[in-house]
Design a protein around this ligand. Structure first.
Ligand code: PLP
Length: 424
């Protein structure tokens, strides 16, 4: 509230992410100057008179009306995300899937197509192939590591290119800058799910990402306390050629995409973030950079100690020489590329035995909790998918996914080594 960080920035002093997150000017509504933002646990907001009530509902004043439309705790979290990402505008929603679905409800239309990798988070794959496709949206699956395939899939009905920054659990990395060059020439927006690499590990704007969708349930919530999602617009795409967005009047400081999302899609879909969760996620955001640094270094250290282990077929970590994607990951990401890596064992049965012998690492889904987590994706996250869909998504049954937390890294390595000794 009182700090002069904005003044420092005007004097061209670049302020680092961890400083911005903690001290960026965000809260205009904190009447008592509380250091920790209050939680506004209220469905509606009242008015002194009928005229001010009418003014608020007609957007002639900034007073809050009803939490599905706006709430000070959600707004506070959104401003913090904006300070962290340095984007043009941000909206926080109820989950990562809420961010993905509401983004595509905003831009997709019957007859359009979306170009995407088939190697997707399970619910994103299902949202595309089972939900959106019923409304006349075509999903064109391509190999997103092949630029020519992307170029050839584009036509005048392409409304977006979508990919995950690192595919989960395959650990493939797309070359964002090269793809962005192709997309920019054809005026196609690049929408990327960056859940696996937060802003301490990637400079999204420089790589040409127009819109980021994030599951804040993961790195940002920190302790795995709550679900949340965010849609982050860098204001870099001109939406004029989209038949739904082009006719909208251009607003000051907000893209046509964000305007439609905020004014129509979010109020109509209702997938808003709960104010309590906005508070929990704001707390998580404060320690993001610190946690990311420790977790991603530990993940690399553990992965490198497992490389020659006789029980493991391959260790898939982007910083290891054996990774096909090391070069692009080194170029694209800052520091160690995140806290997730995978192990290919000799069979599904050995994967189950490995999980059953873990004593510290938790058997659970989720990623980037403070605690380390392990899962066998094929039988769980993708357990209800058909054999054909698993094949399309590239899901193998001898794979274990690990998410490394904040525990002592030697303890975690011992836990893994001990479990491996027990799988025969
Ligand atoms: C978890 C996850 C999602 C979905 O997020 P929720 O908050 O669980 O809805 C989407 N994409 C990726 C890459 C994820 O890991």
């Amino acid at each position: 509230m009182f700090q002069n960080m904005n003044k420092m920035e005007k004097e061209n002093k670049k302020i680092a992410l961890e400083t911005r997150i903690l001290n960026g000017k965000v809260n205009d509504y904190n009447a008592e100057f509380a250091m920790s933002s209050p939680v506004y646990r209220s469905a509606s907001f009242e008015f002194t008179d009928a005229e001010s009530m009418a003014a608020a509902f007609q957007n002639r004043s900034k007073q809050y009306t009803y939490t599905r439309l706006a709430n000070p705790s959600i707004a506070d979290f959104e401003k913090k995300l904006k300070v962290a990402s340095e984007a043009e505008s941000v909206v926080a929603v109820s989950s990562g899937m809420s961010a993905i679905s509401q983004t595509f409800f905003t831009i997709a239309y019957s007859g359009c197509n979306i170009i995407s990798s088939a190697h997707l988070f399970g619910n994103t794959f299902s949202f595309f192939t089972s939900t959106l496709s019923k409304y006349g949206v075509e999903i064109r699956f391509v190999d997103t590591t092949n630029i020519e395939e992307i170029r050839n899939a584009i036509d005048d009905k392409t409304c977006a290119f979508f990919a995950e920054v690192i595919t989960n659990p395959h650990m493939e990395v797309v070359d964002l800058k090269s793809i962005s060059e192709v997309l920019t020439k054809k005026n196609i927006p690049m929408i990327i799910d960056t859940t696996l690499i937060p802003w301490c590990g990637i400079n999204s704007r420089d790589l040409g990402i127009d819109v980021e969708v994030v599951s804040t349930s993961k790195y940002i919530s920190g302790g795995g306390t709550s679900l949340g999602g965010a849609i982050i617009d860098y204001g870099t795409h001109d939406w004029k050629s989209n038949p739904h967005l082009g006719p909208l009047l251009k607003q000051k400081g907000i893209s046509r995409f964000m305007f439609k999302l905020k004014a129509e899609i979010i109020p109509n879909v209702g997938g808003i973030l709960a104010p309590d969760n906005a508070y929990l996620q704001s707390l998580g955001l404060e320690t993001l950079a610190l946690r990311y640094e420790k977790m991603s270094y530990s993940a690399f250290w553990i992965a490198s100690k497992l490389e020659d282990n006789k029980f493991i077929e391959t260790v898939n970590h982007l910083k290891l020489e054996s990774s096909k994607y090391k070069e692009i990951a080194d170029k694209q990401f800052i520091g160690y590329p995140g806290a997730m890596f995978t192990l290919s064992l000799k069979s599904k049965e050995k994967c189950f035995k490995f999980l059953d012998h873990l004593k510290i690492i938790r058997r659970t889904t989720n990623l980037f909790d403070n605690k380390s987590l392990a899962i066998h994706p094929e039988s769980t996250i993708y357990g209800c998918c058909s054999f054909e869909d698993k094949n399309k998504m590239g899901i193998k049954d001898n794979l274990i996914r690990l998410s490394i937390g904040l525990e002592n890294k030697e303890d975690l390595l011992s836990d893994i080594l001990n479990s491996l000794e027990n799988i025969d």
